[in-house]
Design a protein around this ligand. Structure first.
Ligand SMILES: CC(C)(COP(=O)(O)OP(=O)(O)OC[C@H]1O[C@@H](n2cnc3c(N)ncnc32)[C@H](O)[C@@H]1OP(=O)(O)O)[C@@H](O)C(=O)NCCC(=O)NCCS
Length: 237
């Protein structure tokens, strides 16, 4: 029996037939139910998104799509035993998961999903720059949770796009949320980085959905400009 909540619609699958052999092995080693549920939710969401986004995958069973980990934690996709070009990113929070995919092999993306919640002022001091703290504190108390969550999520998305994860100091990537719209739902995110890496180019987008903040960052180290169509984000909410 699957451990996924019965309220989860598609995730009521009662066996793990949609997982690859490698994924089943990985799942068998996971000890904590919360982590298992989140991992399953992320894999399910990502596979559904890939099948929807990539016509070339039509007819391929979900179990032939295997989402494994690089040693640094980021997801690597195998389709029928062959690596899938492009970049996949996954985020999960409790009962929700989000996945995004960029087909180009010189573009790296990071998606992040966060619940909007208040954080202790010490959190800001530890993880945000002086300008970011000022931006959060420039609004009334009720609005600060949304701003704090947006900055935090945007940093995590960027650190995923850079494939660094939280090994990097989050203050080295300063977030500048814009009000410029992209399509129906997205607003632009600008980044300023003090990271030592060369060829660093990063842009992002954000949107708020109820009490959830969703951010997407794109790292394009080898391109002068980026033409990017936000199309295939798949949110399993
Ligand atoms: C990456 C990181 C920012 C994730 O943020 P989070 O808010 O805790 O969790 P999210 O649900 O948003 O994202 C988790 C997903 O990020 C991805 N991820 C993990 N490390 C990553 C990295 N270095 N770069 C890009 N993506 C990464 C994975 O797909 C992971 O989901 P999965 O393990 O189920 O496949 C943070 O957890 C981190 O830096 N972790 C340290 C790296 C690590 O633990 N590596 C383990 C080696 S296996």
């Amino acid at each position: 029996m699957g451990e996924v909540s019965p309220e989860r619609g598609d995730l009521t699958v009662s066996d793990y037939g949609w997982l690859s052999a490698e994924e089943k092995n990985f799942l068998a080693q996971m000890r904590f139910p919360k982590r298992r549920r989140e991992w399953l939710s992320g894999r399910w969401t990502a596979k559904r998104m890939l099948l929807k986004a990539l016509p070339a995958l039509a007819g391929i069973p979900m179990a032939e799509i295997s989402i494994e980990h690089h040693k640094h934690g980021y997801p690597l996709v195998q389709v029928e035993g062959q690596p899938l070009l492009g970049c996949l990113s996954i985020s999960h929070r409790g009962e929700k998961a989000a996945a995004a995919y960029a087909a180009d092999d010189d573009v790296f993306i990071g998606i992040d999903l966060e619940w909007i919640e208040e954080r202790h002022p010490a959190f800001l001091q530890d993880y945000f720059t002086v300008d970011e703290i000022e931006w959060v504190n420039s609004v009334c108390l009720e609005e600060r949770a949304a701003r704090t969550t947006l900055l935090w999520s945007a940093k995590e998305a960027a650190l995923k796009a850079l494939r660094l994860g939280l090994a990097a100091d989050t203050r080295l990537i300063e977030v500048h949320p814009g009000m410029e719209k992209h399509g129906e739902d997205w607003l632009v995110l600008n980044y300023r980085s003090a990271l030592p890496e060369e060829g660093y180019r990063l842009i992002g987008w954000w949107q708020q959905r109820g009490n959830t903040m969703l951010t997407l960052a794109v790292h394009f180290p080898d391109r002068e400009t980026l033409s990017f169509c936000l199309r295939e984000i798949y949110l399993n909410a």
